[in-house]
Every structure is written in C-alpha cells, then in structure tokens.
Design a binder for this molecule. Structure first.
Ligand code: AGP
Length: 609
C-alpha cells in the first residue's frame, strides 16, 4: 500500500506534492520521491527513509515546475532503497510512473522487455510499467498506456507523466484506489482524499479500469474501451483527520475492514487460475524442502497465535511435526534444532527483538530460516534465508488485525505447497483447498457487512469485569487471539481456555452474568462444544456463541446469542471466526472510551527484550 499524488496547474508543484504526501504517509513510509517536469526534462528525486529525508533535500535544492507526481512507498518488490523508490522512469527517461499495488506478471514482462534490449535499474514491478509505456509510446501517451495495461495483470493504481507532454497528467486504477481532485486552473490525482483537501473538496472517484486524463483546465475520464465517461463530482464534507482514516473513527476499524483486500493481495499473486500455488519467492528447491523433518514456528503475541493456526494447518496438510514456540522462551531453552529443521519466524513488523534473537539462535544451530513478515527490508527479513511477505499494507493500530489474517493465509499456503511436494495431498486436493481460500475475502466481507450485530452485543456487555473465551481444536487458537485483542484495547481481564479444560479449575470463576464467548466452528468437535456451552450456562454465564451458518439454529438452544460465520473448510474457519472477535474487542473498547489505536503500555513494534 503506497501513496500517490499528482499535480498539473500553474503553481509550483513540489510544495503541493509534499503536503499531499505528508497526508498519505500512513500508507507507506520506507521511501519517498517526486518526478517534476522541469526545464523541459523529467527530473526525479527519491530517497530511502521517511518523507522528511526528501523534504530536507528539496528544501536545499529547489526543483521548479508546474507538473509532477509524488509517492510514498511501502515496499513489496525489492527492498527499500533509493533505486527501488518511486517514481520510476523508462529506459530513455521519457516516462515517469508512480504506482500503488502489484503487477503480478512483472517478471514475465521484464524478461520480455529485456529480450528487446531494454535495461532495468531497479528490482521493482513498477519499473516494468514505465518501460512498457515507453515501449508502446509513438506520440500518444493515452494509447501507449492503454496498450501497456492490456499486458499487465494484478491490482494497481498509477500516475504517469511524459517528457514530451508537459500539458498532461494521467491516472489509472484497477482494484486499487485513485481519486481525481477538481481545481480551478489546476487538477490533481491522489490515492486518498486527505492529500487533496487543502486544495479542493470536489473529486471524481475513478472506477476500476478507468483512466483520467488531466490538463490544467480539463479532466477526461475514459473507460476500458477508451470511451469518454460522464461522472458527477463528489463533494467531500469530512474533516482531514477522519479522511486520513478513510472515514473510519480509528485505524483499527479501518484495518479490520481492509481484511478482504489484505487477503486478496497476499493470496492472489501466489495462486494461478488452475489453483496451483507458486511460491516463487522461496529460494529452496523442492528437494531441499522435502528433507526437513520438523518445523518450528517462533513468534510473539498475535503473530504467535497465527503460528498456532499455521501449525494445525501444516500438520494436517503436509504431515510434518510442527512446534510453536514463544520467541522469548525459545532462545533460553536450548532447543532441539539442526540442519533438518525449518524455522518459520512470523512477525508483522519484522523488528521484534525476541523473534529476532530466537531466529539467530536457531540459525546458529543450523536451521534454515523462513520468515513470514509484512515489512520489506525489516531486520528479520534481512537475516532470514527466505522471506514470504504478507501484503497487508502498513498496519498503524497497535492491535494487529489484518496482518494476523494474512499470516494465517501465508502459513496455509506454505502447508499446502509442502503437502503437494511431499505427496500427502494430490494436486486436485490442493486445488480444492486453494479454490476455497479464494472465497475467503468475500466471506470476510459478509461478516463485516453485519457488524452492527456485534456492536449491539458490545454495547450491552462492555462493563464486564472478566470475559472468558472457550473453544476446542483450532477454535482454541482463535479464542486466544480474541482474548488478547479484548484485553489489549479494552483493558478488560480475559482468558482463553480450551473448553475441555474448564472443569479442571477455571469454571470456579463463573458467576451469574459472566460473559463467555464460545467458538463452535469445528464439525468434529461440535457436540462436545454444545455440552461445554450448557455447562457454563448452567453456572449462570451469558453465552455468546460463534458458529458456522449451517449450525446456527441448533446452537441457539445452548447459547444466549449466536453469531454465525459463512460455512467454510474447518481448517480455514480461523480466518472468518476471528473477525467478530476483533469487532467485539473494538466496539467494547469504544464503549469504554479507550484509546484504541494506541493502548496504554503497548508499542506497535517491540524492539526491546
Ligand atoms: C498484537 O495485537 C499485539 N500488539 C502484539 O501481540 C504483536 O502481535 C507482537 O508484539 C508481535 O509483533 P510482530 O508481529 O511485529 O513481531
């Protein structure tokens, strides 16, 4: 998830782009850059690091011009450095491009262009866009872009300028946001409205497959057939702060609602139309992968909960023993690790000190280290042998939500990939599972579409002293995550107990009205869970059950309230069942007036032991 801004008008462009980028910095902040049409040339300045590095440079080295594009990057392809930063230019420097999203077939296109003698400077997928446009450019920028787009697969939004066309700025979107700002004698493009609000409140929202061709005084919107479209402008009435959060009250709620997209972005580039898994990023050969006799997953907090779900999936699919270790414990227990161990370090930030130390411990003992992380170029990604990036986009709220869900997707893909390799599942069986994984974004959306039901429960229950989460099998892991989410943002004491373990102690804490959230999504454990619900209800507990749609009616007899999730494969239910738990924690914290995005005593990345 990166931020794009573009300007064409009569004013100096650099200050306008920099103000816009500052408002988009929440979308990405590992590098930033601008391309300005200045003195009949395209001049690009771009640097690794926060926007302030670029700002300081441009203050000391002014760059005049009235047409330009700017970008804040959240790396996906290629580590954060000056060369991989945007804008990217074509071979002869004729075209400059800023881009948000992923060109899935970029390697194929890159090789094709290289075969035509075109040289590349960066490791990015974005450079391919600039090169393709120049390749097709014969004096008409719109036509060249239309031809380039036909070759590209993936989801992306782009801004383009051309050295030969100082009167034109182009924006295009496909499955990623881009808005067009309408000014007087000036016009704008941006990834998000906050970047524009200082200059205009009138915007056009582009639809997928649409291109906006901007001059100073005119905006033309073309559909994918090149036909001109009429569009009513939208007048923005929000204030800047809520616009930064996309109209949501908090980043956490925004990120919960971004989960369908986060899953799509992480999953779709790694599976093809025939539901085959391609993990091109793994440098290990099939033979090497096959020789591991054990997997250890190390992580902390929410990432560790994703690890537990991953263990369940990998063992089920690939029949390899998997241990999950809390990173801060692992390093001090003289673990059994050798060359036949595959260590998977899961970390959203890629900077967590305990996870990094555990990784080093295992690496020192000969383990092969694969990391699942969300931050390109992070320390853990640099020290691991192999990296699987989750493409959830930057996660701002301290409470991890969309990163967690994408970590589960990553571990499932690794499990299925190993299963086919080891022959524990057939190609057709793996394809069936992948087909269901592809359905998950829509199923998450179906839960999000009814979040008012969860808000209503939170509004009644927010005064609880203690909340208990119960579940069996994989539901126990989801319970643990639900409990952590609730305590970290609402400050209510909560515990997650394997449902069968309740009667061995914890049931003593139940009183009349105590809230118990019971997960019953596993078909094979379903009857047992109904008994556990009856058990706690008999002690006066108020039971909120989460179950699959198909079991809803039956569960109603054993619970006070039932929330259903769409039916799915048992192994994939954690991806859906966690969503009501995240929303419950969120709305409970709202009702208690807590500081949701920055809970007390917590930090987004824990870089101390
Ligand atoms: C999640 O909501 C927490 N804030 C926390 O448990 C977090 O998951 C943990 O600190 C690990 O962070 P990482 O994924 O960046 O390594």
């Amino acid at each position: 998830m990166c931020g794009i801004v573009g300007y064409i008008g009569e004013k100096q462009t650099v200050p306008i782009l920099m103000e816009g980028l500052e408002k988009l910095e929440y979308r990405g902040y590992d590098s930033a850059g601008v391309a300005i049409y200045s003195q009949e040339d395209l001049v690009v300045k771009k640097f690794k690091g926060r926007l302030s590095v670029l700002a300081d440079y441009l203050e000391e080295n002014p760059l005049p011009g009235v047409l330009g594009i700017g970008h804040t990057r959240w790396a996906t392809h290629g580590e954060p450095n000056d060369i991989n930063a945007h804008p990217h230019t074509s071979y002869h420097g004729k075209i400059a491009v800023v881009h948000n999203g992923i060109v899935e077939n970029y390697m194929k296109l890159k090789n094709w262009l290289k075969g035509k003698g075109i040289e590349f400077k960066s490791e990015t997928d974005t450079e391919v866009i600039a090169q393709l446009i120049e390749y097709y450019y014969e004096g008409n920028l719109v036509e060249a872009l239309q031809k380039a787009i036909q070759k590209m697969e993936g989801a992306y939004a782009i801004g383009v300028i051309c050295k030969d066309q100082p009167d034109t700025l182009i924006g295009y979107r496909k499955d990623n946001p881009l808005v067009v700002g309408i000014g007087k004698g000036e016009n704008f493009i941006a990834s998000d409205i906050p970047a524009l609000l200082k200059h205009t409140r009138d915007v056009y929202f582009l639809e997928d497959g649409e291109m906006a061709v901007l001059t100073r005084d005119h905006i033309t919107i073309l559909n994918d057939l090149g036909e001109e479209m009429n569009r009513d402008p939208f007048h923005v009435t929000w204030d800047i702060e809520s616009a930064e959060k996309g109209g949501y009250q908090h980043f956490m709620l925004k990120e919960i609602n971004e989960q369908p997209k986060a899953v799509r972005d992480t999953l779709f580039p790694r599976v093809d139309k025939e539901n085959r898994i391609k993990l091109d990023e793994l440098r290990l050969t099939g033979e090497e992968l096959n020789q591991f006799n054990k997997i250890i997953i190390i992580a902390c907090g929410t990432a560790m909960h994703a690890g537990l779900v991953g263990k369940y999936a990998i063992e089920k699919f690939a029949r390899i023993p998997v241990e999950v270790e809390i990173a801060s414990e692992f390093r001090y227990k003289d673990p059994f690790v050798d060359k036949k161990t595959l260590l998977i370090a899961v970390s959203q930030s890629g900077e967590t000190a305990d996870t990094l130390a555990a990784l080093r411990e295992a690496k020192g003992k000969g383990a092969h280290v694969l990391t699942v992380t969300n931050v390109v170029g992070s320390r853990i990604s640099r020290e691991a042998h192999d990296v699987f990036y989750t493409w959830a986009g930057p996660e701002i709220a301290v409470a991890s939500t969309k990163a967690y869900i994408t970590q589960i997707i990553a571990l499932n893909l690794i499990g299925l990939y190993l299963a086919e390799l080891k022959g524990t599942m057939t190609r057709a069986e793996v394809a069936d599972k992948v087909a269901e994984l592809k359905n998950l974004p829509d199923k998450i959306q179906a839960i999000l579409d009814h979040q008012e039901n969860i808000q209503a429960i939170a509004n009644k229950q927010f005064n609880q002293q203690s909340v208990f989460f119960i579940g069996r099998g994989i539901d126990d892991y989801t319970s643990k995550e639900g409990s952590l989410k609730l305590k970290e943002i609402s400050y209510i004491h909560s515990e997650a107990i394997a449902a069968g373990e309740l009667k061995h102690g914890t049931i003593a804490l139940l009183e009349k009205g105590t809230l118990v959230i019971a997960l019953a999504t596993q078909d094979q454990l379903y009857d047992k869970m109904l008994s556990n619900m009856k058990e706690v209800k008999a002690r006066g507990a108020f039971v909120v059950a989460i179950t699959k749609e198909k079991s809803r009616e039956e569960v109603e007899e054993s619970a006070d309230v039932v929330l259903s999730i769409p039916d799915t494969d048992n192994v994939f239910t954690p991806v859906l069942a966690v969503v009501p738990l995240q929303l419950f924690a969120y709305y409970t914290a709202v009702a208690r007036g807590a500081d949701i995005d920055k809970p007390k005593n917590l930090a987004k990345s824990v870089t101390v032991e």
